[in-house]
Design a protein around this ligand. Structure first.
Ligand SMILES: Cc1ncc(COP(=O)(O)O)c(C=O)c1O
Length: 434
């Protein structure tokens, strides 16, 4: 049995200074408790109890090149020697911008920020300014950051969420005012008719969506869905925003928009863009992006395009070669399909869905989920027991079912992981209803 007692001791002691011992609520509720790490190494994390864990959190999706990529480390060290923050421009940020504009189909121009939550705000603001309309449509189960005006219906209890064909907004946190949701409307995702009907009312500034739903589940858009939404947006003068904070640089070098060949008006990126450094980007049509410089739309941020983070970004992007995607996808697919086979052999009913470098495991579903409401039928408690069993076998996965793969999850790491999956499946299978 692996022990996590030193982590527990530190979290309890440091809760005196840091609320709950953690600096994000998303690090709070995990079993056996939040862990404290001493260092990372490729695909591994080392914790204060001396455990060496294969890590599939990958910094919540950010560490696409693993925990210690030499190119990124060297670029950061070299930039630190040149200075940290200029409150002015540096050549490195233009190099970074050129790379993104060349890679991302929708990126005619961009602005950098520091987190996905922030650039989601910028996207909503510029959409409202450009259209003169107030309403932003989002989708149940999609997450666009933790701010008051958009943290709605991210993981609502169905009892509160209204009927599937007319969902109602549900706040994601105590402390949000009802009025914070006034500029928002919510729909079921992957339902084109619902979008067409809503946009026909002519008052929607923007539709914002994860183009593949990955914050909950790992669900591809139905064939024709993205194209249909884009056509409806064009018809009704609505701006289409893709939130690629997870899918960017994971579903391929050009994100979900390149993979599914649908180019939105605006998109936002963060996480894997700079392999763990706080970089985000809003990119899009030149006429919309120029509203920040000449159209009276404010976008600010002391840390925007911070040169050290920009150096990390450029080095990360240089690592994201076609060869990286080819090689890492082979590992990811071997892992994903291996998990599916092992769970089936163990008699555990599960859906393993998603992509090469990001997939999702849901217990208890008869068919792959198409939207948030399908996902709510999964056996979350059963999967949580499985994730705890995996941790006991040295593999750290998110309890919500997501797996993030990096270039460091090579064949040897996948072999070890599948061994652990086999052992964990054996541990929990007797307790799962089939
Ligand atoms: C799809 C999506 N959008 C936006 C965000 C917010 O990004 P950040 O945590 O960098 O503010 C997240 C974070 O998990 C995300 O998954």
């Amino acid at each position: 049995m692996l022990k996590f007692e030193e982590s527990a001791r530190i979290i309890a002691a440091e809760s005196q200074y840091v609320s709950g011992g953690v600096n994000s609520n998303f690090r709070l509720g995990m079993s056996p408790g939040p862990l404290v790490f001493t260092h990372g190494e490729g695909a591994y994390l080392h914790d204060v109890d001396g455990n060496k864990l294969i890590d599939y959190y990958c910094g919540m999706g950010a560490m696409v090149l693993g925990h210690t990529p030499p190119g990124v480390q060297a670029a950061v060290k070299s930039q630190v020697d040149k200075g940290i923050l200029f409150a002015g421009q540096a050549p490195i940020e233009y190099e970074a911008a050129r790379i993104i504009c060349e890679r991302i189909p929708s990126a005619e121009r961009l602005r950098f920020g520091s987190s996905g939550s922030e650039v989601a705000q910028a996207a909503m603001r510029v959409s409202r300014a450009a259209t003169g309309r107030q309403t932003i449509v989002k989708f149940e189960g999609h997450y666009h950051g933790w701010f008051d005006n958009v943290l709605w219906s991210t993981a609502p209890a169905l009892a509160d969420a209204g009927p599937a064909d007319a969902p109602v907004l549900v706040a994601g946190s105590k402390g949000q005012a009802r009025a914070d949701g006034d500029g928002l409307d919510v729909l079921q995702w992957n339902d084109l008719a619902a979008v067409e009907a809503r946009l026909a009312r002519g008052d929607v500034a923007a539709i914002m969506m994860e183009a593949a739903m990955c914050n909950q589940g790992a669900i591809a858009p139905m064939p024709g869905y993205l194209e249909g939404v884009q056509a409806a947006c064009r018809k009704h003068g609505t701006i289409l925003i893709f939130d690629e904070v997870i899918t960017g640089f994971r579903l391929g070098a050009s994100g979900a928009q390149g993979r599914f060949n649908v180019t939105p008006d605006l998109s936002i990126f963060a996480k894997a863009i700079a392999n763990g450094f706080p970089v985000a980007a809003i990119v899009g049509r030149a006429d919309l992006m120029d509203m920040f410089s000449t159209g009276g739309v404010l976008h600010g941020g002391t840390f925007n395009s911070q040169p050290v983070a920009m150096a990390a970004m450029v080095a990360t992007q240089q690592g994201l070669t076609p060869e990286h995607y080819e090689r890492t996808s082979v590992y990811g697919v071997r892992l994903r399909d291996g998990i599916r086979d092992i769970l089936a052999q163990a008699g555990i009913k599960a859906q393993v869905t998603g992509f090469e470098l990001m997939f999702h495991v849901a217990f208890g579903l008869d068919a792959p989920a198409r939207n948030y409401r399908d996902l709510t039928k999964a056996d979350k408690a059963g999967y949580s027991r499985f994730s705890q069993a995996l941790l006991q076998h040295g593999v750290r996965v998110l309890e919500r079912g997501a797996w993030f793969v990096s270039s460091e999850h090579n064949d040897a790491v996948v072999d070890k992981t599948l061994e652990a999956v086999r052992a964990a499946a054996k541990d929990v299978a007797p307790s799962l209803a089939t």
